[in-house]
Design a protein around this ligand. Sequence first.
Ligand code: PAF
Length: 278
Amino acid sequence: MKIYRKTRDVSAFVKSVKAKGKRIGFIPTMGYLHEGHLSLMRRARQETDVVVISIFVNPKQFGPKEDYRRYPRNIKKDERLARLSGVDLIFYPSVSQVYPKGYLTHIDVEGVTEGLCGVFRPGHFRGVATVCCKLFNIVRPEIAYFGWKDAQQAIMIKRMVKDLNMDLAIKALPIVREADGLAMSSRNKRLSSRQRKDAAVLYKALSIARRLIREGQKSPVAITSKMGRMIKAKKGTRIDYISIVDEGLAGVKRVKKGNMIALAVWFGKTRLIDNVIV
Ligand code: PAF
């Protein structure tokens, strides 16, 4: 497995891979890899010839008061996990490598980025779209893999790829969960043991919502209020949103099959997101 820090080294690698007619599978990450990431790498290993991942904590997708500095990092462990998952190349650039002095260009995907997390994290999706566009141009993958936990991100990236005629496929793979249902996330590591136990309430609330819908409940307000009560019963939680949305991420008046229940909740200083499709 190779580890490159410079864009020019990745470009040379990509060129030689393409010259041999091989297909590249790519997983962009911010590191602190967990089973959710590894499931994407294994899928890329099955479906493509060469697996590339990036590890880059992208400053442009964090607000000034967000956890950029505190975001967990462990490159040695990431290297080991990536190697075990069959990765061929890790692109591990510095901030100045991705955004050299004088950098001015950004990508704004409208509409799908305006609700849900877009309300609470202004500029976040612009940062994600910008870095993904750059990484796609450097790595030139045939397929890029994303986790469905960040459903709004995956939907936005699909939109960007379509709107900008980018020549790659985007695959969003299912959420990987801990035994108690908590969606795997690098940020889980920042929960205290009490918060970690309490955080299981998110999937419990989503599962109860799904059950209510199966039993015939169609009112988003009734469902999200019940979920809100369950979550607020855990000390130190703060809800950014609990929403039921359609495929275009617009709020719905009556719940229908295929809608998504999405939430973002703070446990102390750690913000977690999760969702289920009904
Ligand atoms: O999902 C993430 O880890 C990040 O948003 C991504 C896609 C790697 C872009 O920085």
